[in-house]
Design a protein around this ligand. Structure first.
Ligand code: FAD
Length: 281
């Protein structure tokens, strides 16, 4: 059966943290492989990422994976964070560059410029302790000079020691399958897990898609625009559309599905049930 994983972002308040752990327990009923928790570049969520990871592990008894974004960190800081995760028995990590908050300009004297450097550093420091995931972009990373240079970067991250990849979300499965063909043509056979974004809110999705370079196809944009603030119809359309897309991915044998839950259990669970991936007992 296709494996599943879920992504959370760290909560701001204690009330939010309690609510998130209820969502985590609901998601845990689908027997995911792991939960991941995002990280703010420059260490802006360092303690909250750690707190959310541990609370999720306590609430569900399931493995957790921290996101680690290297931009703005020194090697010494990353070393300390890695040692902490090792001592907590965490053995899976996703190594990223991260994005600086807008308006921060360029950083001077950076010790890490790209995710490939972080991946090399994690391997040098911790040998084979961590299963290292990396980010991949079937629709091309927005700052990449070209598709070719982005594929070169994918290869660099694999050569640096990444074991598998999770993609930016997409709504066009052809982009994902073409990307897989290109990766395989480079002789690379690591799992490339599609990142799945359930659709629940038009404005947020449109803003986010523009920022991260994920294409929201015109027909989906138009349909969501027509629903405007009718959130029930947006959810229903989104569930049906994303379920259909995932059906295609599963039928083509994807290694797993990674859900960007936005800290809500219901939209991801609905899709998993539609796919027949929800365990019977
Ligand atoms: P990189 O792989 O370093 O690539 C960044 C850009 O630089 C690309 O355009 C690449 O082509 C180019 N590049 C790389 N090396 C070179 C080189 N040597 N020469 C020229 N160009 C080069 N962000 C967060 O802040 N926190 C998170 O928790 C987080 N989680 C994520 C999880 C997933 C699954 C994904 C897909 C993204 C996530 N992001 C997160 C977003 C990510 O940090 C941004 O997309 C960021 O802009 C790029 O990160 P990266 O690790 O892909 O960077």
């Amino acid at each position: 059966m296709t494996a599943i994983s879920f992504e959370f972002f760290p909560t701001q308040t204690e009330a939010g943290a309690d609510k998130l752990q209820v969502q985590a327990q609901q998601l845990a009923t689908s027997h995911p492989e792991f939960f991941s928790v995002t990280y703010g570049a420059g260490g802006s969520t360092r303690n909250r990422t750690r707190g959310t990871l541990l609370a999720t592990r306590d609430a569900t008894g399931l493995p957790v994976m921290p996101h680690m974004a290297c931009l703005g960190h020194t090697k010494e800081e990353v070393r300390t964070i890695l040692q902490d995760y090792q001592s907590l028995g965490i053995d899976r990590i996703i190594a990223l560059r991260g994005d600086l908050p807008s308006g921060m300009g360029r950083l001077e004297n950076v010790e890490f410029q790209y995710a490939s450097e972080l991946i090399s550093f994690i391997r040098e420091e911790t040998d084979d302790h961590f299963h290292i995931e990396m980010a991949a972009y079937p629709e091309v990373h927005p700052q990449a000079r070209s598709m070719e240079s982005d594929l070169d970067n994918f290869r660099r991250k694999v050569e640096a020691g990444a074991n598998s990849a999770i993609t930016q979300y997409f709504f066009n499965t052809d982009a994902y399958f073409y990307f897989l063909d290109r990766v395989q043509a480079m002789g690379i056979n690591i799992p490339v897990v599609p990142g799945i974004m359930p659709i629940t809110n038009y404005m947020k999705l449109a803003r986010f898609s523009d920022a991260c370079g994920a294409e929201l196809p015109r027909w989906i944009r138009k349909q969501l625009e027509a629903y405007w603030d009718d959130s029930a119809s947006i959810r229903q359309f989104g569930e049906e559309m994303v379920s259909r897309m995932c059906e295609k991915l599963v039928a083509n044998g994807v290694p797993a599905l990674h859900f960007y839950t936005l800290n809500q259990s219901a939209p991801s669970l609905a899709i998993i049930k539609n796919l027949g991936l929800y365990p019977e007992n």
